[in-house]
Unconditional design. Sequence first.
Length: 383
Amino acid sequence: MNNLKEVSNYNYGIEKIFSNAADFLPINGTDYVELYVGNAKQAAHYYKTAFGFQSLAYAGLETGVKDRSSYVLQQGKIRLVLTTPLTETGVIAEHVMKHGDGVKVIALWVDDAREAFEQTTSRGARAYFGPLTENDTDGEVVCAGIHTYGDTVHVFVERKNYRGVFLPGYEPWVSDYNPPATGLKYIDHMVGNVELGAMNKWAKFYADVMGFANLITFDDKDISTDFTALMSKVMTNGNGRIKFPINEPAMGLKKSQVEEYLDFYKGAGCQHIAVATDDIVFTISEMKKRGIEFLYVPGKYYDTVSDRVGEIAEDMQTLKSLGIMVDRDEEGYLLQIFTKPVEDRPTLFFEIIQRKGAKSFGKGNFQALFESIEAEQARRGTL
């Protein structure tokens, strides 16, 4: 955080969170993220090979499910569910046809799914499905869901009475192919892109309906280049384990990354998933070997980064060779890097982040990051 306004916003958010003793929607963390994809079997192979996820669970024809196949992958505390339709009609097929591969469900781990559903729907959330209890020989899970931006939904998952591999209806997925993990630990944050004028609406949704606080606000002066700009509000829950930045486009001379996303995704949705590591040099070195493509960071970025962030433990030449960016706030520093889109539509991508005390989101890197994204847009002819 590099100016008083941002520090003030950050401190206000923290004070609001910790002063809210009666958190009406306590969330333990992210339970899983489900993507609807065109071919889950092949997508699972990609995420295992390139990102180092491991096989966990499966549901499909062999388990009695007739309309879809779902592969569950895990690394650290991150669970990805990849679901593909088995028929040409239905909500999964329609989602894939409209959006391409994309995030459908951001599932939140709670102690009481019924209470979470009642609290949020009573405050104005639109129900996705009411509380459901599913059982098998390993116990029971209670789930309920609400709609959020676009076709994205939140599912509340209560699993305190369940001992199974994932959820009822899934069986262990035993595979001889499990490449070594790349050091990913947990989901740091997930970013939503919404239409022009909708950022405040959805920030208010998370504040009023889910009890989140506005941690940081970035305007078009903070996040812009000579050509494009966006605005963002970072919303976080009471314990800080869930952070949802909400982006909207801002006026610029050319089409911003948010506008490009909205055009190709055909509406609002999850733009990127930020996953944390304790050793970003190892993680990125491994991912590059496995074929992950990252945004190019101009070499001139590293000419001044030491003056801006001060002393760090990592070797700057190593960071430069890998394209890892650095930023500092009052609490410490962070290291981050962004993949290119992980599918042919320029929509979903991943951020890899290592926090060395920093609580912010890399504001000092926005200029270089946006220039890199614009260079990719220019190559695609969408700038």
